[in-house]
Design a binder for this molecule. Structure first.
Ligand code: SAH
Length: 498
């Protein structure tokens, strides 16, 4: 029995510019076929077992011809699989979606097409250029810039030059000179505004503006390459006013985020929403401790009067085991619950528990001060935490009552990140590195060789708080700025102000 093929528009590049239907197709896929224009992060949304096939595009060495791509789609579908073909923008806007559909139809393979936001419209939008505007243009035209053969191109240059519409050329950067010349020869004024948008809607979007006469020079000066859109028309002049995307506070900043895999997405997503180009390095890995040891304690929670959660990971692992042994949040019903860190408090809320105390500052020291006033010698404190947690809290409380640490996990070096780090340090100019704990600082340094450590000296290192700063300094890292308050939001604020 034959499977099915979805020809899916993956939008122009910004991760969030994907339709709900496209998302469904990605999740359902047993085979994903993609090229360089579709944001590669969509692959993370697919099933871990889905086969991922890169078919490249244009100047790439790994390029498959269109015939080979058609063949891949057909063969996989004939094996009975659900195949999702992810295409940049919209499948029918210079996406060869029509050809793929016809090929499948001839072989009786069922298919569906999911439209996407085309770069021709969405890409202009993110550059602050509305494709139409009542005051300036009665129409828009999307044209191939891939001019192979003057006689066969069938482009009616004189019509284009006379209609006053916004002209958008795709695949045209290498023919920019020809395009501008044709338009001017056919009557468009040399002063007509023009823009070139490179990697539109991505964090590395770059735009050059000028006129038909000057745009080529501007593109050269800005060093723009493919993929790029060429826009010609009066609407280009609106860019200064309508350019919301590049005005976001962290637009164009390259930021490396060091955090454990399970925690970093929040920081990453927030920085991306503010415009940053984020490189995430999972410096550390969380390895849960032996379940039976944890379960033994969870089975006698009634012995304790206080539970102090040391981290978000401690919270999630604690509840994972609690549920596994058939209990739920009610098992904490007779205890006072405390969180070290606002993020830890927030994760507790996700399990239906509001911490009893919310200190103004979230360091172990301030929580110790708060608890010292509350505890009596009858109390018993349980502290679920990681093996690297500082022991200040326990040291302060032990003279008052019994305090027991429950080790939930170990934090180990993520050796797998070395390759990624090397690539980023060699190819990117980073503006900032964020450190959200002492252990991320220690682990990042442990992953680097001497030459790479030298490179860090040119990058501004931002710390989440004083304890992390101290560790950073001890490791030879200069602290450019320190967050107040000591939270992820504080850290983000600090980057926006920098
Ligand atoms: N189906 C796609 C277009 C594919 S043709 C769509 O609807 O957007 C490939 C061309 O699209 C590129 O050469 C470039 O001109 C343009 N393009 C696609 N995505 C782009 C992006 N993010 N930034 C700039 N140009 C892009």
């Amino acid at each position: 029995m034959s499977g099915k093929v979805y020809l899916v528009g993956a939008g122009p590049g910004d991760f969030k510019l994907l339709t709900l239907k496209a998302l469904d197709c990605i999740k359902e896929a047993e085979v994903l076929v993609y090229d360089r224009l579709a944001n590669a992060e969509y692959l993370n949304l697919a099933r871990p077992t889905a086969e991922r096939i890169y078919v490249g595009k244009a100047s790439s060495d790994h390029t498959m011809t269109q015939d080979e791509i058609n063949e891949v789609l057909a063969v996989k579908a004939k094996e009975g699989k659900v195949v999702t073909r992810l295409k940049g923008g919209d499948p029918y806007v210079f996406g060869r979606g029509g050809e793929e559909g016809e090929y499948l139809l001839e072989r009786d393979i069922p298919f569906e097409v999911v439209p996407g936001i085309t770069s021709a419209i969405g890409g202009l939008c993110y550059a602050g250029i509305p494709i139409t505007h009542r005051d300036y243009t009665p129409s828009f035209h999307v044209i191939t810039g891939h001019l192979k053969d003057e006689t066969k191109d069938r482009i009616n240059w004189s019509a284009l030059a006379s209609m006053q519409g916004t002209l958008v050329f795709l695949m045209g950067l290498s023919n920019l000179n020809k395009i501008c010349t044709h338009l001017m020869q056919n009557g468009l004024a040399a002063s007509t505004p023009a823009a070139v948008i490179n990697w539109a809607t991505r964090a590395n979007q770059k735009v050059a503006t000028g006129t038909l006469m000057t745009i080529e020079e501007e593109v050269k000066n800005a060093g723009l390459t493919s993929p790029s859109l060429i826009v010609v028309g009066e609407v280009v002049n609106l860019r200064d006013k309508l350019n919301f995307f590049e005005k976001r506070p962290l637009f164009g900043k390259n930021i490396m985020v060091t955090r454990s895999r399970t925690q970093s997405s929040d920081l990453k997503a927030k920085l991306q929403d503010l415009g940053a180009n984020v490189f995430e390095i999972p410096t550390i890995e969380i390895v849960p401790r032996e379940a039976s040891l944890i379960d033994a304690t969870l089975n006698c929670l009634e012995d304790y009067t206080y539970v102090v959660f040391g981290s978000q990971n401690a919270v999630s692992l604690f509840f994972e085991r609690l549920y596994a042994i058939g209990k739920d949040a009610r098992a904490l019903g007779n205890m006072k619950v405390v969180a070290v860190g606002s993020a830890t408090a927030k994760s507790l809320e996700g399990y239906g528990i509001r911490p009893d105390f919310m200190p103004e500052r979230f360091t172990q020291e301030s929580i110790a001060e708060l608890l010292e006033r509350q505890l009596t010698k009858e109390d018993q404190v349980l502290m679920p935490q990681g093996s690297l947690a500082r022991d200040i809290l326990a040291t302060c409380l032990e003279p008052i009552c019994q305090v027991e640490s429950l080790l939930m996990y170990d934090t180990v070096l993520n050796e797998g990140s070395k390759v990624l780090l090397k690539e980023i340090l060699e190819t990117q100019t980073l503006d900032y590195i964020t450190f959200t704990s002492s252990s991320t600082a220690k682990n990042l340094m442990a992953l680097l060789d001497e030459e790479q450590k030298e490179k860090l000296k040119d990058i501004k290192c931002v710390s989440i708080g004083e304890v992390t700063s101290k560790t950073m300094k001890a490791l030879g890292l200069e602290v450019y700025k320190e967050a107040t308050p000591f939270t992820i939001d504080g850290l983000i604020q600090c980057l926006c102000e920098a």
